[in-house]
Structure formats: structure tokens, C-alpha cells
Design a protein around this ligand. Structure first.
Ligand code: HEM
Length: 482
């Protein structure tokens, strides 16, 4: 509920904010009109930088519950007790377009979950497709530059822009597998309620005895998976560009819930070198027949944000936000992500972005960091250093929970690709695993898009597609000629 009377931001009652203070009825306007000045000045500052990727999104609150204790695999406190509800905030997003992009365009979708746990925030920042275009974070700025609008024209989808996209894709063979996902009908959706989620990167779970397992995360929508074809996506982009955001908001506003199951795949650390692919390579899935999906728990979304800007726009998800029992693997894409999110958020939202209510942990934050722009939750007391005696030696180091993992790492310092790149096997496997309609749509979606690119670029792409699967490549070649 808002109070009855208008005030300025200083709290002074405002008797009229519809007529400027002028000399006579027809002006000029006086500089001393603080109501006008404050109103315009605040308006002038309403926009903050949009996310450099995933600019458009929709958010929801809810909770997460494990089905049974995961204690044998992880000491993470929120994964132990099936009677405990851990609050979550989720943001679904479109990756490449700016804030006003249509929800149905062909793209990857973000699936970011913030768990407010008793050991601080755990962010599982995933996508709706299980693999990624690249396997090393150092390529990410190149990838996004090639996918975003042309820096000359700022036009996202015309032949020139498509040439930039395909020019880059044709030069990074590791993207071939991801292209078989993005150009399938999973690349066009109209509802976040029927979309899967994947952690994509490989993480580690560590139990109280210090034993670590490699983990891949999956989210399955309990309402089933739904997607649309490219024709429908284009039609809806014109009719209702906000269809997925609207669908989520209206569903929750009507009192219904939206539910997803969390599952994991696990791999023993000692088995990683035994695979014919590199399990830390984000361009690869782990075959489910060898690494079966294990259900972990259920997430229920049941509440809309009260204010889009405060909760959705200012939310800051970060793969570096982990809790005891969960750790990073050496996945080179993940390693770069650990830096990039907090870094951009300090720029996008400011140094004290974790003090904003949506980002603030639900447990006390206690350390000797201080000050900075917009600091609102100071750490109290004079002893703002450690060690100290005047503050009773507090805050002190928290006790280790369980036995730490302490992994051992040794090697030559190099800038080198991983040895098991195998850029094509899984791309071919995916094409062959599709039914006839799915294959037809994948081929026609690629043909339609790639036909805008230069012939030399098309030829380079055909080499990759043919290496993945001869029939797949030949069908695209035929389509391009037609
Ligand atoms: C090295 C590779 C990557 C880098 C450097 C990177 C970087 C970024 C950055 C800078 C943002 C904007 C964050 C913000 O302004 O709050 C972002 C957003 C996001 N990224 Fe990544 N990203 C990478 C790969 C991935 C991958 C593989 C996934 C999926 C597993 C992913 C999922 C997301 C999601 C879901 C968001 C939006 C979070 C939100 O809703 O606010 N990114 N990424």
C-alpha cells in the first residue's frame, strides 16, 4: 500500500506535481522548482546498463525441496532434508537480443536459479540447451560479438549479420554440436513453463568425507516439454513479442504453480580420462545410458515479483556463488564464468550489488569489506580488520564442515586446446537420434538461415555438417542449391 500524499524523495509534501513553477501562467520556469527538477532528474536516470547478454528476462519466486538426503554425495545443507523448503528466485531469459527482443526468436534461453540457503546463496546459472558453442571462456567475447548486431549497421538479422554469424561458426568446429540444438525446434519456444534447463558446465559435489564427484545438472518441467516451429515463432514475434513473459506472469497471477524437477548425472573423478570425450568439455553431453539421470528434488514457482526492476532487472546470478558441498570443476568455460558475472554486475549494478534485497543472502553477511557507492548495510563496529583484539577477534574464520577435498593439480603452464576435441561425433549422434520431422525442421531451419551467407562461408559450414553426418550435410547442401 502506498501512503496517501505525494512527497519529494526528501519526504517534503508535494501539493502539485502537474504544473511547473513559473513566472506567470506562461513561464519561464524557475530553477527553484525542486519538484520539477527532482522528478526530471530521477526520470533521466531510470535506465541502467542492460545485461551484456540475456538482456530480456522474466522472473519468479518459489521454493526447492530435495526428495531425499543427498548426503552421500554432497554436504550442501539445502540438499539434506526432504522436509525443508529452500526459497528460490528464478530468471528465464533470451540471450542475444536487447531488452525489447521478441520472446520467440531463435536463440538459447537462460534458466538461472538462485537458492537462498542457510550457507549463503547458491546460483545455478544454466540454459535450456545442454551444450554450448565453445569450450574455453577466452572465446566468449568473440562468440557474442558474432551473434549480436553488426557494429556498423546495428542490424541483427539481415544477410550481412547472418554472414557474421556463419562466418564465425564456420571457423569454430566445436560449435557444430550446439548448432544441431539451436537450429532444432528447441531454439524457438513460447513458454518458459515447458522448457528444460541444463547446468551445461560440469560441477563437483563433495560429501562430508571429502569425496568429490563430477556433476551435470538437468531441470525437467513437470508440465512436459513444448516448443514451436520457426513459422509459428515468427508469427508470434509479430503478434505478441512478450508471450513467454506474459505466460509465466499470468500463470502465477492466476494462483497456479509452475514446477520443475532437478536431476543430476554423476561421474567418478577417476573415470574422466576413461571416456572417449572430455567430460569437462561444455560442447559435449554425457550419454544418459552410461551416466543415468538421478532425481534430486522439485522446484515450485508460486509467486510473481512485486516490482520488475527491483527484483528481475537488478537480480544478479553468478556461477561463482557456491556453498560448501558444491565446487567448480576444471571446465575451462566455467572457470572464466566464475570471473565474468560478478565483474559485469559490479559495473551494471555497482560495487554493493549484493546488498540489494533480491541478491542479499537470507543469512547474515559478516566480513571486513566496507564502503563503496550505495553502501547500505555496513558491517558494524570499529574492528574492520582481522586479526583484531578490540572486537573480540570477530568475525573469525568459520569452522570447516567435514573433511575438505583438497584436490591436487600439477602441469605445465600452457595455452593449448584439450586433446579430445572430437567436434563432430555427438553432433552426428544428435541428428541421427531425431525423428523424421525433427530432422526436416533442423535441416530447413539451417538452410533458411545459412542461405543468407556468402558461398565461401556456406562451403566451410557444409564441411562441418558433413563430418557430423553425411546425410545431414548433403541435405543442407541440397537445400542451399534449391
Ligand atoms: C565463458 C562463457 C560465458 C561467459 C563469459 C558468460 C558471461 C555472462 C555475462 C557477463 C552475463 C551477464 C550477467 C549480468 O549482467 O548479470 C551472463 C548472463 C547469463 N549467462 Fe552467461 N556466460 C557464459 C556462458 C554461459 C553458459 C555456458 C551458460 C549456461 C550454462 C550461461 C548462462 C547465462 C544466464 C542464464 C545468464 C542470465 C542470468 C540472469 O538471468 O540474470 N552463460 N553471462
Amino acid at each position: 500500500m502506498r501512503d496517501e500524499y505525494l512527497t519529494t524523495n526528501q519526504g517534503e509534501p508535494v501539493t502539485d506535481d502537474q504544473n511547473s513553477l513559473t513566472v506567470g501562467q506562461r513561464g519561464p520556469t524557475l530553477l527553484q522548482d525542486i519538484v520539477l527538477l527532482e522528478k526530471l532528474a530521477h526520470f533521466d536516470r531510470e535506465r541502467i546498463p542492460e545485461r551484456v547478454v540475456h538482456a530480456k528476462g522474466a522472473g519468479a519466486h518459489g521454493y526447492f525441496k530435495v526428495y531425499k538426503s543427498m548426503g552421500s554425495y554432497t554436504k550442501a545443507k539445502f540438499l539434506q532434508d526432504p522436509s525443508k523448503e529452500t526459497p528460490v528466485f528464478v530468471r528465464f531469459s533470451v540471450v542475444i537480443g536487447s531488452r525489447g527482443v521478441a520472446d520467440t526468436v531463435r536463440d538459447v534461453r537462460g534458466f538461472a536459479v538462485k537458492f537462498y540457503t542457510e550457507d549463503g546463496n547458491y546460483d545455478l546459472v544454466g540454459n535450456n540447451l545442454p551444450v554450448f558453442f565453445i569450450r574455453d571462456a577466452i572465446k566468449f567475447p568473440d562468440l557474442i560479438h558474432a551473434l549480436k548486431p553488426d557494429p556498423v549497421s546495428n542490424i541483427p538479422v539481415d544477410s550481412a549479420a547472418n554472414s557474421r554469424f556463419w562466418d564465425y561458426m564456420s571457423l569454430i568446429p566445436e560449435a557444430t554440436h550446439m548448432l544441431t540444438w539451436v537450429f532444432s525446434d528447441l531454439g524457438t519456444i513460447k513458454s518458459y513453463r515447458f522448457m528444460e534447463g541444463f547446468g551445461v558446465n560440469t560441477y563437483k559435489w563433495i560429501n562430508a568425507k571429502g569425496k568429490a564427484m563430477l556433476i551435470k545438472y538437468h531441470w525437467k518441467p513437470l508440465g512436459g516439454v513444448q516448443y514451436i516451429d520457426s513459422k509459428e515463432a515468427k508469427r508470434l514475434a509479430g503478434i505478441d513479442p512478450d508471450i513467454a513473459s506474459r505466460d509465466l506472469f499470468n500463470t502465477l497471477a492466476s494462483g497456479k504453480t509452475v514446477e520443475y524437477e532437478l536431476l543430476i548425472q554423476m561421474m567418478n573423478l577417476k573415470d574422466q580420462d576413461k571416456q572417449d570425450f572430455d567430460p569437462l568439455d561444455a560442447t559435449k553431453i554425457w550419454p544418459e545410458d552410461k551416466f543415468p539421470l538421478m532425481p534430486v528434488g522439485k522446484m515450485v514457482l508460486n509467486r510473481n515479483p512485486q516490482n520488475f526492476f527491483a527484483e528481475v532487472e537488478q537480480s544478479a546470478f553468478c556461477p561463482a556463488a557456491i556453498v560448501p558441498g558444491i565446487d567448480f570443476s576444471n571446465d575451462k568455460l566455467l572457470q572464466g564464468r566464475i570471473f565474468s558475472y560478478g565483474d559485469t554486475q559490479r559495473y551494471r549494478l555497482g560495487a554493493n550489488y549484493l546488498e540489494l534485497p533480491i541478491n542479499r543472502p537470507k543469512v547474515p553477511v559478516n566480513n571486513n569489506q566496507q564502503d563503496g557507492f550505495m553502501q547500505i548495510m555496513p558491517n558494524m563496529g570499529s574492528a574492520n580488520y582481522y586479526p583484531n583484539t578490540i572486537g573480540g577477534g570477530l568475525p573469525k574464520h568459520a569452522p570447516e564442515t567435514g573433511i575438505p577435498e583438497n584436490p591436487y593439480v600439477e602441469g605445465k603452464v600452457v595455452r593449448e586446446k584439450i586433446s579430445k576435441t572430437d567436434d563432430y561425433t555427438q553432433a552426428g549422434d544428435r541428428y541421427r537420434s531425431m525423428n523424421k520431422t525433427e530432422q526436416d525442421h533442423l535441416v530447413s531451419n539451417i538452410v533458411e538461415n545459412l542461405s543468407c551467407a556468402d558461398k565461401a562461408i556456406q562451403d566451410r559450414m557444409l564441411v562441418h555438417f558433413k563430418k557430423a553426418d553425411k546425410e545431414f550435410g548433403n541435405r543442407i547442401a541440397k537445400g542451399l542449391k534449391g
